[in-house]
Design a protein around this ligand. Structure first.
Ligand code: SER
Length: 343
């Protein structure tokens, strides 16, 4: 048996994705975690070298789950693997398998793990503003900040999947096998954040609907023209990736007794697509950024709120973003993206 097998480990699924990259960098800096990085694609070298073990495989594959069960002592799961909202609309049934059955598999793994090592497994789950479903753009413009329990009528497969998995997580942590004599309530400590659109300087998302913001900025920095698939006036909440990682770690560390809910909204800023264009043009003036809205993708963004109420997160685990709109673009995104493409 190698060393990592006997050390308490942190499992990260979707490790090669946008969030996985940021999270592994940060956890590796803290140095206390034996990270198991799992993804359907081989992990990029920069993050693979920070993991105690890397696994290329599918969370729907029973043999992979058995292997995880038998080889590792897992105390925390960051279950980041998912098919995002645009991609999921092209293959809704496959999205359901990955997003729902995959999550079930990980919840089952976590329950088993907790039964073996005797401590609750902390299960960190990213949900999304996609769980909201507002009737239309007109209603959306009238609403203020949306609270967690409002407008929970997602219109996308991805949003439905995330919504259901929020409930599954709550079920597994609070009600699992509630009629059994040896009930396992408390085996999972499920903690979930509904993220806004995320923008990273180091990676591009794939298959999301909030992708217009990062795509626009990364295209501008490369001097490439960009045709934006939503209208100029559309507005949804966003956050820079370092704040998303900060939020996951903050919620992970929060004392259980402070948490009054299992699912929390968070946000930082909410510029319109036109405002993002103006920021990109100021930094990269000669670039051609146009709007040519795709009505169907536009309708998805119109069903998401223009802003969310994150007061529960602020109260319960002292959430506040480090990067507001100005700092996110001027101190993080623009300098780092510029540097990335001028190498
Ligand atoms: N960024 C995601 C998407 O666009 C929403 O969580 O699908």
């Amino acid at each position: 048996m190698s060393d990592h097998i006997r050390r308490p480990a942190t499992l990260i699924t979707g490790a090669n994705g946008e969030m996985g990259h940021g999270l592994i960098e940060q956890l590796a800096k803290e140095g206390e975690h034996a990270i198991i990085g799992l993804d359907v694609h081989p992990l990029d070298d920069v993050i693979a070298e920070k993991c105690a073990a890397t696994i290329t495989g599918d969370i729907l594959e029973p043999r992979l789950l058995e292997r995880l069960q038998s080889e590792y002592e897992i105390h925390t799961v960051y279950h980041l693997a998912a098919l995002l909202s645009t991609r999921a609309e092209f293959t809704p049934e496959a999205a359901h398998r990955v997003n729902v059955e995959g999550t079930m598999n990980l919840l089952k793994l976590a329950i088993e793990q907790s039964r073996w090592h005797g401590a609750p497994v902390r299960f960190m789950f990213p949900s999304s503003i996609a769980v909201y479903g507002l009737p239309d753009g007109k209603e959306k413009r009238k609403l203020g900040r949306i609270r967690e329990e409002e407008y929970n009528f997602p219109t996308t497969m991805y949003g439905c999947n995330k919504m259901y998995c929020e409930h599954l997580g709550r079920y597994y942590s609070q009600h699992y096998r509630q009629l059994a004599a040896d009930t396992l309530i408390g085996g999972i400590d499920f903690r979930c954040i509904r993220f806004p659109g995320l923008i990273s300087a180091v990676t591009l998302p794939s298959g999301g609907t909030s992708d217009y913001a990062p795509e626009m900025l990364h295209a501008a920095a490369q001097g490439k023209p960009y045709s934006c698939f939503v209208r100029e006036d559309v507005r949804i909440p966003f956050m820079a990736m370092p704040d998303a990682i900060k939020a996951l770690l903050l919620l992970h560390e929060a004392p259980r007794e402070k948490l009054t809910r299992s699912v929390y909204n968070i946000t930082s800023f909410n510029p319109s697509a036109g405002e993002i264009r103006a920021i990109a043009l100021k930094a990269f003036p000669s670039v051609d950024i146009r709007f040519s809205p795709d009505d169907k993708r536009q309708a998805i963004v119109d069903s998401w709120p223009a802003d969310v109420d994150d007061s529960s997160a602020r109260r319960d685990w002292s959430w506040s973003p480090d990067l507001d709109l100005d700092a996110a673009f001027q101190e993080y995104l623009i300098p780092e993206i510029h540097q990335r493409y001028s190498r």
